[in-house]
Design a protein around this ligand. Structure first.
Ligand code: H79
Length: 403
């Protein structure tokens, strides 16, 4: 399989669901009656919770409302084409069945089920690509993992041993027991070049089609990973992804209600696609196993927009006109998609930088409704836009180009 073949689905997909789910959903941002600032899944680190104490959470993890089919349906209804979920986050708790430690959801919790298995199967059934987030460097539970200096002496850690005797066998489980794995999503803290190369070769020796994200480090990823919640301000060549969250935390926090509006989410998706990237949008399910309703409602609205306007997103590329003031522009063979974020009050929109002849122009939401386009010098002018936008988030005008 060559690189283009391996990347093909990713280039088409554009929009994925990221899920941060683990023991941190129980404290949900509170520890011993105090609000712990920062991202919810970092609570163990931020509050310096001893391993022995944090471990007790497992006994209380019983997400009886978890339903894999429902989660996959939420992703599907949002127009998302892939899903990446935390198999193991920095806290070291394994959300999958593993022989390497008893500190896992099947052995240590009253729940006893393997939700990763159920999700993998539901994704397979519904045609959603499925991938695992796996914290390869930070592990605050494992004595040889990085990051925990309140229980373990950093000087005594054998990191290579942790990678070779723990991380690799766990990756083998994840790549053997859950069907086709679309992505192994590594996070911050890059191993040495040797260990990183070893990890990459190991993953590909089990599933050669699996993509590895950029945070494996040393340029060894199949695509670039932007910083958390970072959208570049210009077109970026090559394959890349922005991981970002729907509020201000990744793992569930009971008091984070700062949900992004659907219009903001649509415009971020369009912005990212117009610059050449994918949007991996995170939700943080509760300890009961539910994706918070405010997230579900917002994702549903993004999905409604995509059902009408998806042609301008899936498989779309940046356009030659860069970043206009009135919105964004995406492109496919023979077509330009003008995404109007700001509606022109006078019904006129001047578009700069488009070369070639326009054969036909129309609204993607109403393909029978022609938009009049004329040339003024080297500008294109759309002249008969209605007084109000057709879509409150983003009205898309399609320009069919000659040649
Ligand atoms: O999984 C999500 C985050 O938990 C993870 N990446 C996304 C996808 C991530 N790992 N590290 N970081 C994000 C950067 C963390 C920065 C901080 Fe802190 C955590 C700032 C405050 C708490 C560590 C402690 C760095 C400064 C103080």
């Amino acid at each position: 399989m060559n690189r283009d073949e391996r990347m093909a689905w990713f280039r088409e997909a554009k929009f994925g669901m990221f899920i941060h789910w683990g023991l941190y959903a129980i404290p949900a941002g509170m520890w011993k009656g105090k609000m712990i600032p920062g991202i919810g899944e970092w609570i163990m680190h931020r509050a310096r919770i001893p391993v022995k104490e944090y471990e007790q959470l497992a006994k209380h993890f019983n997400p009886v409302k978890f339903n894999a089919e429902e989660w996959v349906q939420i992703a599907k209804d949002a127009g998302m084409k892939y899903m990446v979920i935390t198999a193991k986050h920095h806290d070291g708790f394994c959300m999958f069945d593993t022989k390497l430690t008893d500190y896992n959801i099947v052995k240590a919790t009253p729940f006893k089920r393997d939700p990763m298995k159920e999700l993998a199967e539901a994704c397979q059934k519904h045609g959603i690509k499925f991938g695992f987030y796996y914290s390869q460097t930070l592990d605050w539970h494992h004595p040889d993992g990085m990051g925990n200096d309140w229980d373990y002496d950093p000087a005594k850690k054998d990191f290579a041993k942790y990678i070779r005797e723990y991380v690799k066998p766990q990756l083998r489980e994840l790549l053997t027991n859950y069907g086709p794995i679309a992505i192994i999503w590594f996070d911050i803290g890059t191993p040495t070049p040797e260990l990183a190369r070893e990890l990459r070769e190991f993953v590909l020796s089990i599933q050669p089609q699996t993509l590895i994200n950029g945070r494996i480090g040393h340029g060894l990823g199949d695509y670039r990973e932007m910083g958390d919640n970072k959208i570049p301000d210009h077109v970026v060549e090559g394959d890349w992804e922005t991981p970002a969250t729907i509020n201000d935390t990744w793992g569930y926090k009971s008091y984070d209600h700062n949900w992004k509006d659907p219009g903001v989410l649509v415009q971020k998706l369009v912005d990212i696609v117009s610059k050449g990237g994918n949007y991996l949008l995170n939700v943080g399910p509760t300890a009961e196993g539910e994706i918070p309703q405010p997230s579900v409602e917002r994702l549903k609205k993004v999905g409604e927009w995509l059902r009408v306007n998806g042609e301008s997103i899936y498989g779309a590329k940046p356009s030659p006109i860069g970043i206009p003031t009135w919105g964004r522009c995406t492109a496919k063979e023979g077509k330009l998609y003008l995404h109007l974020f700001a509606w022109p009050w006078d019904g006129r929109l001047e578009v700069e930088g488009i070369k070639g002849e326009v054969k036909r122009a129309y609204f993607l939401a109403e393909p029978d409704r022609t938009v009049e386009v004329k040339k003024e010098g080297d500008k294109l002018v759309l002249t008969n836009l209605p007084p109000k936008p057709i879509d409150q988030y983003d009205t898309v005008v399609v320009l069919e180009m000659e040649g």
